[in-house]
Ligand binder design. Structure first.
Ligand code: IPM
Ligand code: MG
Length: 366
């Protein structure tokens, strides 16, 4: 098995180094190969997603991705900006199903901006369609308006679109995921205004006929944004389009206290996947050694479970993360009085220690 390691920019390199350390200590039969991506690749090869990096990602069973982006690239033409690397990987690998769990760890309930009773025990899963919608719809561009409120003026436009198979396959992913959880799916749309999302709602309803054991509710995206901060625990699986999912998954992440804790998985039809923390490259804290590596370490656990068929190793990593939290170790983003503030590297070392400790106990018990 082969894992492509793409650290990227900003804190990406620091957090991926910790996840690689954790993967190495598992002593499993896989190979890891590192390649530049994002701004780092632009500097090295003149393109955010060089052919060699794309080829490595395609040939690998899974990709562990850090983060891309830095303000200094904001003035580059769009096709050369770091974000194009992640969009290009999603498109080229066909990673249409994006899993973004929002879990509130008991030790971190206080870190949420919501009242503790609203988030204690929170465990929801946002499933975002990742290769369609207005993100990839054509045509798009700038032109001179021929109609509208200001004919003859300069305008910009994008295209929102979904085909039936695109909606069907993400709906199946959501219903199947719900079967492993609390059997409830909330499909988020804007069917009251948009043709694309009336179609989305119709197709999701049709697919639901094959899953009578799963409850389906439909919710408009504005209401979903409100319900997420009003009563987040009422959700189980949320399935939605690319753009609404982008926005709602950031909102859901914040319910848990720190986006620094949240992993994500993006899968294609062959279960090949790209695994990355839900947060970005955070150039403001890059190089300071204070970033939280746990989201990336937990992404590595998701990778072991979904793409590499190593559920036991994944469970061991999750238990090790739980253990370092119980020990009171905290990076700056989740620190509170009475806990011990640690650096990125110390956090990675603590997970490794918990993991090797756990291995030893297991061995002793036989
Ligand atoms: C995300 C990010 C990306 C997106 C950007 C970096 C292109 O916000 O993964 O949520 O909008 O999908
Ligand atoms: Mg986003």
């Amino acid at each position: 098995m082969k894992i492509a390691i793409l650290p990227g920019d900003g804190i990406g390199t620091e957090i991926v180094a910790e996840a690689v350390k954790v993967l190495k200590v598992l002593d499993l039969p896989f190979e890891m190969e590192t390649a530049p991506v994002g701004g780092a690749a632009y500097e090295a090869a003149g393109h955010p997603l060089p052919d060699s990096t794309l080829a490595l990602a395609k040939a690998a069973d899974a990709v562990l991705f850090g983060a891309v982006g830095d303000w200094k690239y904001d003035t580059l033409e769009r096709r050369l900006r770091p974000e194009q690397a992640i969009l290009g990987l999603r498109k080229e690998l066909g990673l249409f199903a994006n899993f973004r769990p929002a879990i509130c760890y008991p030790e971190l309930t206080h870190a949420s901006s919501l009242k503790p009773e609203l988030v204690a025990g929170l465990d929801i899963l946002i499933i975002r369609e990742l290769t369609g919608d207005i993100y990839f719809g054509q045509p798009r561009g700038r032109r001179t308006a021929v109609d509208g409120h200001f004919p003859g003026s300069e305008e910009a436009f994008d295209t929102m679109r979904y085909s039936r198979p695109e909606i069907e396959r993400i709906a199946h992913v959501a219903f199947q995921a719900a079967r492993k959880r609390n059997r409830k799916v909330t499909s988020v749309d804007k069917a009251n205004v948009l043709e694309t999302f009336q179609f989305w709602k119709d197709v999701v309803t049709e697919v639901h006929a094959q899953y009578p054991d799963v409850e389906l509710e439909h919710m408009y995206v504005d209401n979903a944004a409100m319900q997420l901060v009003k009563a987040p625990k009422k959700f189980d699986v949320v399935v939605t389009g690319n753009m609404f999912g982008d926005i709602l998954s950031d909102e859901a992440a914040m319910l848990t206290g720190s986006i620094g804790m949240l992993p994500s998985a993006s899968l294609n039809a062959a279960n090949q996947g790209l695994y990355e923390p839900s947060h970005g490259s955070a150039p403001d804290i890059a190089g300071k050694g204070i970033a939280n590596p746990l989201a990336t370490i937990l992404s590595a656990a998701m990778m072991l479970k979904f793409s590499l068929n190593q559920p036991e190793a994944a469970a061991r990593i999750e238990a090790a993360v739980q253990s370092v939290l119980s020990q009171g170790l905290r990076t700056a983003d989740i620190y509170s009085e009475g806990t011990r503030k640690v650096s990125t590297r110390e956090m990675g070392d603590a997970v490794v220690a918990a993991l090797t400790g756990a291995t030893m106990t297991k061995t002793i018990k036989g």
